[in-house]
Design a binder for this molecule. Structure first.
Ligand SMILES: [Zn+2]
Ligand SMILES: [Zn+2]
Length: 351
């Protein structure tokens, strides 16, 4: 039984400002009118307008032309958004939230993010860069947007009816202040216990000052594929990009390494049922402890969606298809069993 419906409003990571990270999520057994989670808010109304021109019935059958007041529009869709869930506050993940903040219809909306993500947002909603349109005070009727911290404390927090989220901190490069942190979300449908993993921008464990992807894989491994059958992960750059120019992102070779890490954790979790992400020692592993054949088929039943590919306008095909093919080619010899897909703008994904 499907648990989630997801519409991809945008799946790129720049340079194309019309296609930035933005996903609309709802439980499969409810209607889009019942409420929506906006997972990231890079692209928003404008991108959705173009998607709905191409596919007017993406949110369900539109009423006949003579009844325009009942039509679904980008504004009615965003008025049904109950909360935003942000992995970090880089502009390609928040720009549509900022631009639309003064005009959202519907109920007041929570902005969920790590305390640091919310602090960063405050520097935009500061009456200088943009008006102060959000508050921490849930009771203040003057504000439609309310900051609400989601802590990386190992717990699931209910953010929406029937949906709870566990946030984990991940590394997204470094700057003068040190390691720049982003978030990875485990999004769980409580009635079915089905969940998916959604990564914010992330760098490979192999080059991070603080390798933290391994903790995500350990948390995910015991649930794959029965309770967890989809992972959304970035692959910003194509093959051949030198490590020193990744700026806190992944390329196909690193996606493959991360999938091998995940497959390894899945095999270990199956050998040691109940160990989960807590009981096994967290020593940094030197190389892969398992023979390559032991990983064959370990990720059967898992769909991995590649996203956040950085458009360079130099390829004939969309850059995410080019990068998707590169990932598939590099993954093939490992026989891990996963299905690698690309998240395309305008796509409806059922999980
Ligand atoms: Zn980004
Ligand atoms: Zn980023």
């Amino acid at each position: 039984m499907p648990a989630f419906d997801i519409i991809v409003v945008g799946s790129g990571g720049g340079l194309d400002e019309t296609n930035l990270s933005g996903y609309l999520v709802k439980p499969s057994n409810t209607s889009w009118d019942d409420g929506i989670i906006a997972l990231e808010a890079g692209s928003g109304h404008g991108a959705l307008r173009h998607i709905m021109k191409r596919n007017p019935n993406i949110f369900g059958e539109q009423p006949p032309d003579e009844d325009p007041s009942k039509k679904t529009t980008p504004s009615t869709v965003y008025s049904n958004v109950k909360c935003f869930l942000l992995t970090h506050a880089h502009l390609d993940h928040i720009s549509s939230l900022v631009i639309s903040a003064g005009t959202f219809g519907g109920c007041s909306k929570r902005i969920y993010g790590s305390p640091q993500t919310l602090k960063d947002l405050e520097t935009i909603f500061n009456d200088r860069v943009w008006p102060r349109l959000a508050t921490y005070d849930e009771t203040n009727p003057l504000f439609r947007l309310v900051y609400h911290a989601i802590h990386a404390d190992g717990k699931y927090k209910t953010v929406f009816p029937d949906i709870a989220v566990r946030s984990m901190t991940i590394s997204h490069g470094k700057n003068e202040l040190g390691c720049y942190e982003s978030s990875c979300f485990f999004v769980k449908h409580l009635p079915t216990e089905h969940e998916f993993v959604f990564f914010g921008d992330v760098e490979p464990d192999s080059i991070a000052i603080q390798p933290r992807n391994i903790t995500v894989w350990r948390a995910a491994a015991p649930k794959i594929p029965h309770d967890l059958s989809a992972v959304f992960i970035e692959c910003s750059y194509p093959t051949g990009r030198p490590n020193e120019l990744l700026w806190g992102h992944l390329s196909p070779d690193h996606v493959v390494q991360e999938m091998i890490s995940l497959a390894t954790e899945v095999v270990l979790a199956r050998r040691l049922p109940g160990a989960g992400d807590r009981l096994r020692p967290r020593k940094k592993q030197k190389g892969n402890p398992l023979a390559p054949e032991a990983l064959h088929g370990a990720l059967n039943g898992l769909r991995v969606y590649i996203m956040h590919c950085k458009e360079n306008f130099n390829t004939e095909r969309p850059i995410n298809h080019v990068i998707g093919d590169q990932c598939r080619e590099l993954l093939a010899p490992h026989n891990l069993g996963l299905e690698l897909l690309t998240a395309d703008q305008g796509m409806k994904i059922v999980i």
